[in-house]
Each structure stands twice: as C-alpha cells, then as structure tokens.
Design a protein around this ligand. Structure first.
Ligand code: ZN
Length: 477
C-alpha cells in the first residue's frame, strides 16, 4: 500500500459575544423560549432594513489583527441565496468578494516536528441561521429563530493541516486567541465554536491534491480528531480499491463514528451571490484600525510567556490558569494585591479549583469579589490568620462573598499577637501534662511534638506555630 498524506483545511465558525445581533437590536443571549429573541428584521419581514452593529466590525478587526491578517479597509457584504426553513429571508448576509480580514496565520506544532504556520485565507462576517427542532413531534419540524442574526465570524484556513492532531491544535489556538481577544466565549457545547472540515488524501510527495470532501458543523475537539482520522481512512480505502473519491458534503455522526454522504458539494455559483443592496460598503480608516490595534488585549502566547518568565510559574501551572479567562482575571487581580505570583497561583490551583470542583461550578459563575482572594493571602502571609483559618475564610468568600477582614473579626479567627498570653496558655498546658514534660526531659523527643499539639489545641490554632515552639523551648530548657 502506498503511503498517503492528509490535506485538511478548516472553516471555523465562531459566534461573537456582542450583546445584540448583527443587524438589529435583539439580544444574542443563548437559550430563551423559542422565538422570543426576534424582531421583524431578524425574522425577515419584507420592508425592513438592516443596520450593521458596529461592535461586530470592531470584533472582526480585533480577530484579524490577533491572527496576523491584513484588514480590508474597503469591505462589503454579499447575499448568499438559498432556501432552507431556518433562514426566513431565504438568503444569508455574508462576505464573499471583499472579506474584512485576509492573509493571516496561526502557528502550531507540526506533526513532523518543529513549528508550522497554518495560513488563514480570510475571515468574514455573517449572520447565523435559526435552529430546526426535529424531535419534539414525530410528524413535523419546529423552528426557533432566536439564533437568527447572531453575528458569526467564519475563519477560513488554507489546506495547510496534515494530521488530526494538527487540526485540533489549530482550533485550540484559535479558541484561545478568540477568548483572550474578548470577542467570543467559544463555548463549544453551546455551538459558539464549530468547524467545517475539508479533507483529502494524496500519495506522499505528490504535488496534486486529491478530491476533497467536507464535513459540516463539528463541535468538539474529539469529534474533529475522530472525523479527520475516519474520513481520511475511508478515502484511502477507496483509492486502494481503485475507486474514486466523490466531491461531496458529508455528515459526521460522532456517536456512530463514521460520515455519510449528504449532498454533492455546492459551488459558489449555486448560491447566486450578489452585493447586499441594503447595506452600504464599509470603509475603515487607518486611525480606526490603529486604535483597535493599540487596545488589543494581551494574547495567549504573550501572556503565557510573561507568567513563566516574569512570575516563574511552571508551564503546567500556566496552562491550567490560562485555560479559563475568569481564572486569568482572578489570578491577575490577586497578584496585583499580593505582589506574590507563586502564592496566588497556588491558591487558584489549590483552594479555588477545589471549591469549583466540589460545588460543580464553572469559573465564569464565580460570584465573589475578585479582591477577596488577595486579601486572604495577605492576612495569611502577614501572620494575621492561620492557614486553616485562611481556608475557612475562603470557603465563606466563595459561598457567600463575605468580606475577609470582617469575617475574621466577627468569627474571632485573628491570630494572637500577645506573647505573654500565649506564654500563659502554654504554661497551663505544661502543668496539665507533667508526664509528657518529664518524658521529654528524660530524652523522649516525641513528647515535644505532643506538647506543641496540646498547646496549639489550647490556643485553638490562633497562635503562630513558630511562636509556640519558641516559647515551649524556652519554658522546657
Ligand atoms: Zn431582531
């Protein structure tokens, strides 16, 4: 059997996290009762006119600048005509001829070793369609237009991807960039990031691409990986059997683990594209683009490098924190307050993660004041509370958003700073434990630890252990 290589390109669709839709002021919020987030514009009533949401343009430019694209200063919208019940206007407003971003790239690890660039051909703005609900009744299909007009970016790569692993890393990188750039939450389970996957195979070393197939709307990393492996194997089998790969759109069934033919692939001409007559072309000034470039948030690569180089965090810990924007925000606020990146990271990966786990909470649903964690670490490191107390205070912060200092005060958790009070408590302990004292004096070291334990208990953990040890040594010598 000849050796084959995979040639794969991805069209990644991401829903933008603007508050309102692309051409009207309906909310983009996920969910809601069917057909409640709609108006006459996004439900395609005749005689209505769309107006471009400025935030969508800004987010598209931000995404382009974050992926090394050139911004098309004079870009425009086009009509993509097709009828399907989830699209009430019978056309989708998209960008074919002059997309807003072109010629960018994202860097990934090559399966052959080293780094490689996956080129981005273009990024265009478009509107999402509604959703068909097939399983509510057996004899009819329902339609929910809430998603109609939610802004999308379609990010089209060149066929530079040569393995399922590379495809997954590319989409992960894109997801991180989109999240850090603040343009999308990329919740794959809610469909706000999904990919159309183009795959073909060719003998190793060949210059000519094989016939490609497309699998639409794949919405998990696992499914993307699985689909590419399975579809490339299917094509290789066909070629080895002397059969032809047909150019077609296939549906990937992730539960069954195979794809099946849906329809022969359409060409652009099938959609009878023409310039959108209801929207003027966009003209973006140099100043406008520069102002967005200047205000770009710190992107994932730069942030990770800073955490490792400036803060001395490990690559592993950096990766865990950077997997979630709310954790990144909490971490940065905590460092700002404590000036102690290591402790801040340890608390986030320790107590914060533990509470998130125990309560099955997603980081974006944390409700406590961001300053609180830093305040607790400062109380602990300043010797004002014990480590045990700090954990208890954090639990109360996490659950009820209490003010740490007030909570410590109210629950009498503050450390004793009064040496004479600690001393008299330790003296009481020695009196009550004469046996252990004698044992220690006759050389039994373990008795010393026992006496520390008894003293800490008598002090209810509110005296620094180092102080108690010091006093105990003095009294026993
Ligand atoms: Zn609307």
């Amino acid at each position: 059997m000849a050796e084959y290589e995979i040639v794969c390109g991805l069209e990644v669709h991401t829903e933008l996290s603007t508050k309102t839709k692309i051409f009207c002021s309906c909310t983009t919020e996920f969910g809601g009762e069917p057909n409640t987030h709609v108006c006459e514009i996004c439900s395609g009533m005749p005689g209505t006119l769309p107006v471009v949401n400025e935030k969508v343009v800004e987010y598209a430019v931000r995404t382009g600048l974050s992926t090394n694209c050139t911004i098309t200063q004079n870009n425009k919208f086009d009509r993509k005509n097709y009828f399907y019940p989830d699209l009430p206007k019978a056309y989708q407003v998209s960008q074919l001829y002059l997309p807003i971003c072109q010629n960018g790239y994202v860097e990934i690890h090559s399966s052959k070793g080293g780094m490689k660039k996956v080129r981005i051909k273009e990024i265009h703005m478009e509107e999402d369609a509604g959703k068909l609900i097939h399983d509510a009744y057996s004899d009819c299909t329902l339609v929910d237009y809430n998603r109609c007009g939610v802004p999308l970016l379609e990010i089209v790569s060149e066929p530079d991807i040569s393995s399922a692993d590379e495809a997954v890393e590319y989409v992960e990188k894109l997801r991180d960039i989109l999240r850090f750039a603040g343009v999308s939450d990329c919740k794959m389970q809610e469909g706000s990031l999904r990919a159309d996957v183009n795959v073909s195979v060719m003998p190793v070393g060949s210059k000519e691409y094989g016939t490609r197939t497309e699998m639409k709307n794949i919405n998990s990393f696992k499914a993307i990986h699985h689909a590419i492996e399975s579809e490339s194997a299917r094509q290789i089998d066909l070629i080895e059997d002397g059969k032809e790969v047909k150019q077609e759109t296939r549906r990937w069934d992730d539960t069954k683990g195979y794809s099946y033919a849906m329809r022969s692939k359409e060409d652009a001409q099938d959609y009878k594209y023409f310039p959108e007559p209801d929207l003027p072309p966009l003209s973006l000034s140099d100043e406008y683009i520069e102002s967005i470039r200047k205000n770009l948030p710190e992107l994932p690569e730069a942030k990770k490098a800073r955490y490792m180089n400036d803060f001395g965090l490990s690559e592993y810990d950096t990766g865990l924190i950077c997997a979630s924007i709310p954790l990144v925000n909490l971490f940065e606020k905590t460092v700002e307050i404590t000036n102690n990146p290591k402790d801040s990271a340890n608390w986030i990966l320790g107590e914060v993660s533990k509470m998130l786990n125990d309560t099955q909470t997603q980081p974006e649903n944390m409700t406590f004041r961001a300053d609180s964690l830093g305040e607790i670490i400062n109380l602990l490191n300043g010797g004002k509370i014990s480590r045990d107390s700090a954990k208890k205070v954090f639990k109360a912060v996490f659950e009820e958003d209490v003010n740490p200092a007030e909570y410590v005060e109210k629950n009498n958790m503050g450390m004793m700073n009064d040496t004479s009070a600690i001393k008299s408590a330790v003296e009481e302990v020695l009196k009550a434990n004469e046996k252990a004292v004698n044992e220690y004096k006759s050389g039994k070291e373990a008795s010393f630890n026992y006496l520390i334990g008894q003293s800490m208990r008598a002090l209810r953990g509110k005296a620094p252990a180092s102080e108690v040890t010091k006093i105990l040594k003095e009294l026993l010598s």
